[in-house]
Design a protein around this ligand. Structure first.
Ligand code: S3P
Length: 458
């Protein structure tokens, strides 16, 4: 890691919890930008670390999750530097060139970081020990261990399938054909990254489309990648052990971060906001479609291509929302947006039914349970099953204390609920928001949201 990188103090990291109170607000107005997309930021750092030559990344999300990946790439031998104006330079080590780190790699809260990084090193004969925070240690790693072991990697863990674990990369990796057992871009990407240093052709088959940032970026970095459609099934193949070429990546704004301000503007009276430069990749826009189905006044302007991704400016205006049934097939394109959709549903007339939510059980928290509890303690009628959620909308009483369970999206979603509730909503810990959106509270305040620091309640 370069010295100049280490000198930058870009993380206001704190281990202390920081309670927040969200108070009734009207008239949210203004334009805002959201930070760079988290999925693209992780991938840009990882692929640059494998290139020959220097890549430049602008608009990188500088949040705890992504900084953990930057540190991991430095620990694995890449040169990672942040310049004064916020651009990141990464000097890669070449495919197969990662070196064994002399420290454990701590990914904090970042599931994408650790799962993709495991793929990145799985076909290189080095030992890497991975760990994470309490939330990440509770999340399943078996989903990446299974295919990466088929490729020749070995995993050792005290609790099978959980962090902390040691990965022994394969000396003689073998290509596989792997059909995803669940719709997961992280699992798909882990296998594709392992394929880069595996001789022959490795294929991943997905029957349900998940976000395709890895495929797009692998192409941009010159990987030998082929995508074949068989009906609605996609077969993504990589022929490995080809060098990657350095590239410049301009990271567009994260639609999953934009979601909170957009929903806030729809449900607060007299509001109109525009979020600029939002990525509109169709594998990520399920929330916008759903909010429009609910009667939300959302318009998109200035559509353009940026860094191989479609982007645009998204305007949301106060709207009378009505409940809808959200089909299970839409879940992968809005998988991180259900907490804030549930908040929109709580303010709509009628009932909203959301299906196909089994993956919400294994996110940063059990999001199905966390959302249901957060709504319930604030007086919203909610029913949850193993993989579904149903919310009855209407006036939101509020007054509840929401447990975030180290989950940034639960913290942000319920801070939006408080803006429409009759009584303030308290969030037990807003510090976790810095894993994905460090400026969230300031930017929401600039739009007119009443978000107050709250003394802890026991
Ligand atoms: C991500 C994929 C999704 C998503 C996560 C980011 C990615 O997870 O929830 O926030 O960048 O690949 P799954 O792969 O578990 O669906």
């Amino acid at each position: 890691m370069s010295e100049s990188w280490q000198r930058q103090s870009i993380l206001a990291h704190t281990d202390k919890s920081s309670p927040l109170r969200a108070v009734h607000s009207t008239g949210l107005t203004g334009r805002m930008c959201v930070p760079g997309d988290k999925s693209i930021s992780h991938r840009a750092l990882m692929l640059s670390a494998l290139c020959i030559g220097k890549s430049t990344i602008t608009g990188l999300l500088e949040s705890e999750d992504v900084i953990a990946t930057a540190k991991a790439m430095a620990a694995l031998g890449a040169y990672v530097e942040r310049t004064q104006d916020g651009a990141w330079h990464v000097q890669g080590v070449g495919v197969g060139g990662l070196s064994e780190p002399d420290v454990e790699i701590d990914f904090g809260n970042a599931g994408t970081g650790v799962r993709l990084c495991a793929g990145l090193v799985a076909a290189t004969p080095i030992n890497v020990r991975f760990t994470g925070d309490a939330s990440l240690q509770g999340r399943p790693m078996g989903r990446i261990i299974t295919p990466l072991e088929q490729m020749g990697a070995v995993f050792e863990a005290q609790t099978p399938g959980r962090l902390p674990l040691t990965l022994k990369g394969a000396r003689d990796p073998v290509p596989i054909t792997y059909e995803l057992p669940m719709p997961s871009a992280q699992v798909k990407s882990a296998v594709l990254l392992a394929a880069l240093n595996t001789p022959g052709t490795t294929s991943v088959i997905e029957t349900i489309a998940t976000r395709d940032h890895s495929e797009r970026m692998l192409k941009a970095f010159g990987a030998d990648i082929d995508i074949e459609m068989q009906g609605t099934t996609r077969r993504i193949s990589i022929t490995g052990q080809h060098e990657l070429t350095a590239a410049n990546v301009d990271v567009p704004g994260d639609p999953s971060s934009a979601a909170f301000a957009l929903v806030a503007a729809l449900i607060c009276e007299n509001s109109e906001i525009t979020v600029e430069n939002v990525m509109l990749n169709p594998t990520r826009t399920g929330l916008i479609d759903t909010l429009q189905d609910m009667g939300g006044d959302i318009t998109i302007s200035n559509r353009r291509l940026s860094g191989g991704e479609e982007v645009g400016d998204v305007r949301a205006t106060s709207s009378a929302l009505h409940g809808v049934t959200v089909p299970a097939e839409r879940a992968p394109s809005m998988i991180d947006e259900y907490p804030v959709l549930a908040v929109a549903a709580a303010c709509a007339t009628g009932t909203t039914h959301m299906a196909g939510l089994q993956e919400l059980r294994v996110k940063e928290s059990d999001r199905l349970a966390a959302v249901a509890n957060g709504l319930e303690v604030n007086g919203v009628a909610v029913r949850a099953g193993d993989d579904w959620l149903e919310v009855d909308g209407g006036a939101v009483p509020g007054g509840g204390l929401v447990a975030t369970h180290l989950d940034h999206r639960i913290a942000m979603a319920f801070s939006v609920l408080g803006l429409v509730a009759s009584a303030p909503v308290e969030i037990d810990d807003a510090a976790i928001i810095s894993t994905s959106f460090p400026d969230f509270i300031d930017r929401m305040r600039q739009l007119g949201a009443n978000l107050e620091d709250a003394p802890g309640r026991s």
